[in-house]
Design a protein around this ligand. Structure first.
Ligand code: SF4
Length: 243
């Protein structure tokens, strides 16, 4: 396996580490970038955060090819489609992932804020906070950084997504290996690797979150148009104020 060597000193300020990583990783193809992250001095200090959604198989496969024991953090909000949970299990088996951690919300938070399971309908930001942001923040405490599957072609603020960034919410390094990938790149990789697709993709779900907050997209709409479609809300908050 080929991996670019770069200096990484965890005692350096995080801004300096982001600059160092950007210089070392920017422009690498997806697999080489993932190899460099997981096999280099960042090894053991970074986790993949995956929704096991419409395009997640690509990054999960890249990571599994390098190290199937990489920690994978999955936010089980308890409001997901059953198809997503089944797809998670399918990909775990298929890719041999050994360290998928399904993160659930704190039952005390649910009891306090969402006792009748309807918080999403009147305070969705708080619902996302207790079901996604808080569990992820706790799980990330033991890591220096995280890897995401976001891409520029998803539009909105993601159109300017860098490959390496400093996450404002967690103050940790965030790496987006698929940022420059196009829809064709995704489809080509899925076909070349013969990866199973999420069962809801065939029904028009191109970005898949929780049941009450996701609808299929219409032809010509952006992949994320079906998320919180009735609201002026485009992100769940795990990526802070940004993207
Ligand atoms: S996406 Fe909807 S149901 Fe899921 S955590 Fe956010 S507001 Fe709640």
């Amino acid at each position: 396996m080929r991996a670019t060597v770069f200096a990484y000193d965890p005692s350096e300020p995080v801004e300096a580490r982001v600059d160092r990583l950007s210089a070392a990783l920017e422009g690498l193809d997806g697999l080489t970038l993932v190899q460099t992250l997981l096999l280099g001095r960042f090894a053991g200090r970074i986790a993949l955060v995956s929704s096991f959604g419409a395009e997640s198989a690509v990054l999960l496969d890249l990571v599994a090819r390098v190290d199937p024991a990489t920690p994978v953090l999955f936010l089980d909000t308890q409001k997901l489609f059953p198809e997503t949970l089944a797809y998670r299990d399918t990909l775990i088996d298929r890719l041999g992932l050994t360290e998928v951690r399904s993160l659930q919300p704190d039952p005390h938070d649910i009891q306090r804020h969402d006792p009748d399971d309807s918080l999403w309908s009147y305070e969705p930001d708080l619902c996302c906070h207790i079901r996604k942001t808080e569990p992820l923040a706790m799980a990330l405490e033991q890591f220096d950084g995280w890897i995401t599957g976001r891409k520029r072609f998803h539009g909105g603020k993601r159109g300017a997504l860098p490959t390496i960034e400093l996450d404002g919410a967690t103050n940790k390094i965030k790496v987006n290996p698929l940022a420059p990938w196009t829809p064709d790149d995704i489809q080509r990789y899925l076909a070349e690797r013969d990866l199973p697709t999420h069962p809801l993709v065939k029904d028009g779900f191109l970005s898949i979150g929780c049941v009450p907050c996701t609808r299929p997209v219409k032809p010509g709409e952006s992949p994320r148009a079906g998320r919180w479609a009735w609201l002026d809300k485009t992100e769940c908050g795990i990526h802070g104020e940004g993207i």
